[in-house]
Design a protein around this ligand. Sequence first.
Ligand code: TMP
Length: 216
Amino acid sequence: MGMGKMITFEGGEGSGKSTQMAFLARSLERAGVDVLTTREPGGTEGAEQIRALLVHGAVDRWPPMSEALMHFAARVDHLEQNILPALDGNTWVLCDRFTDSTLAYQGGGHGLGLDEISVLQQLAIGTFRPDLTFVFDIGVEEGLARAFGRVGSEDRYERMDVDFHRRIRETFLQVARNEPERCVVIDAARGIEEVQQAVRNTVADRFGLDLGADRP
Ligand code: TMP
């Protein structure tokens, strides 16, 4: 593996992780770190095409296993073409969702189970793991209310029922308990500046960087 670090941003709908990822990217760049920001499903031309199949249309358009396989199909392309070359080139990769989302959404939400998704994970990406994962945790109703306030049509998962989203939240927290070295749970119900500070302090401590004080 290369010299760059990979940090992933995970959580349910409307947790603010994408906004916080952009803030952290700016802090790292100001500290002189080369940063690639990317997302899943997506991040390459082919993976973005797969994304379109997953985020639009009827909630029941795919069997859960087909969904899981599509997420991993997109992920392998993204990892091989984009993430691994960046890390090898000493670029830090900030990724909006990664495999933990498949554990939570397809494993927990759709009920395929963590063991089954872990088998796919092993086949698809082997032992590759992010260096650090933030799990943005927020109440399901609050998160969905935030998510529905956004414009756009990429709402297939948002339209799934509230119990689906409750299972996702529980599964993310379970994953964080299973891998406490890698995962840091962030209370995402707090104000945007407070969350930003928590994220930045965690990264500064973890990797021994000076990321400065609060700036807008
Ligand atoms: P986004 O809204 O955060 O961009 O993510 C798109 C949707 O895809 C989101 O509702 C979560 C879902 N998703 C999965 O169900 N499994 C996965 O493995 C990933 C990466 C995303």
